[in-house]
Design a protein around this ligand. Structure first.
Ligand code: CA
Length: 241
């Protein structure tokens, strides 16, 4: 699953360059040209990382950063601030406001890409791990294999991506819409009930012969990988062993 990066920048030449290069690295890129618009977008959907320009129409990068840090959903969101050269004191202010890193314009694209990679790795190491484990579930990305308690689990491509996504965010509740965006892709129109169908299939195959269902249905909200599941399977394992 590719990491999602929101670029908040109003200089068109720069956004074109960033969109091209970030997409070439395999990231899912969204560009917003105004600070206030970015604020709205970020209330609806939290990306994996934000590249945030300092000087923006609508709302400054600094103010947006401050607002993001004040909201629990975006408190930990990795933010790279773009600043103009020679604004030493401003850069310090940028970090004080809560940006994780800053980069001075004009910058080299490889430098920015390296910072993005480093920050993503630091923020979410599980995204880059080749084997994801949770409770008795093991997903090997290199081999594209899934096992539960050592038993091979044969999943269809969509169920595989769903499980991979849940394993990347254990415990977090996702709405059907968020799952559609993240697992199916943002530009495809699919009925939200499709999510239920695939969750059903995932459960059926994953839970065959197992006692505990790792997927939690949250009424009126969506689905989550149950955060009590890892503990429960560890206890069950201890009893059996
Ligand atoms: Ca600007």
């Amino acid at each position: 699953m590719s990491a999602r990066i929101l670029v908040v920048e109003d200089e068109e030449a720069l956004t074109t360059l960033l969109r091209y290069n970030l997409a070439a690295e395999g990231y899912d890129v969204e560009i917003v040209g105004r600070g206030d618009e970015a604020d709205t977008v970020l209330k609806e959907r939290v990306p994996d990382l934000v590249v945030l320009d300092w000087m923006l129409p609508g709302l400054s990068g600094i103010e947006l950063c401050r607002r993001l840090r004040a909201r629990p959903e975006t408190q930990q969101l990795p933010i790279i601030m773009l600043t103009a050269r020679g604004e030493e004191s401003e850069r310090v202010r940028g970090l004080a406001t809560g940006a994780d890193d800053y980069i001075v314009k004009p910058f080299s694209v490889p430098e920015l890409l390296a910072r993005v990679r480093a920050l993503l790795r630091r923020a979410r190491p599980e995204r880059l791990a080749s084997v994801l484990t949770y409770g008795d579930i093991e997903l090997d990305r290199d081999k594209r294999r899934v096992a539960r308690s050592g038993r091979p689990v044969d999943l269809g491509p969509t169920e595989y991506r769903l499980l991979e996504f849940f394993l990347e965010h254990p415990g977090r509740v996702f709405s059907r819409e968020q799952l559609l965006d993240s697992v199916w892709g943002r530009d495809i129109y699919i009925d939200e009930r499709t999510v239920d169908v695939h969750i059903g299939r995932l459960r059926k195959v994953l839970n065959e012969g197992a006692e505990i269902d790792p997927i939690r249905t949250v009424r009126g909200a969506g689905y989550a990988l149950d955060d009590r599941f890892a503990k429960a399977t560890a206890q069950a394992g201890a009893v059996v062993g």
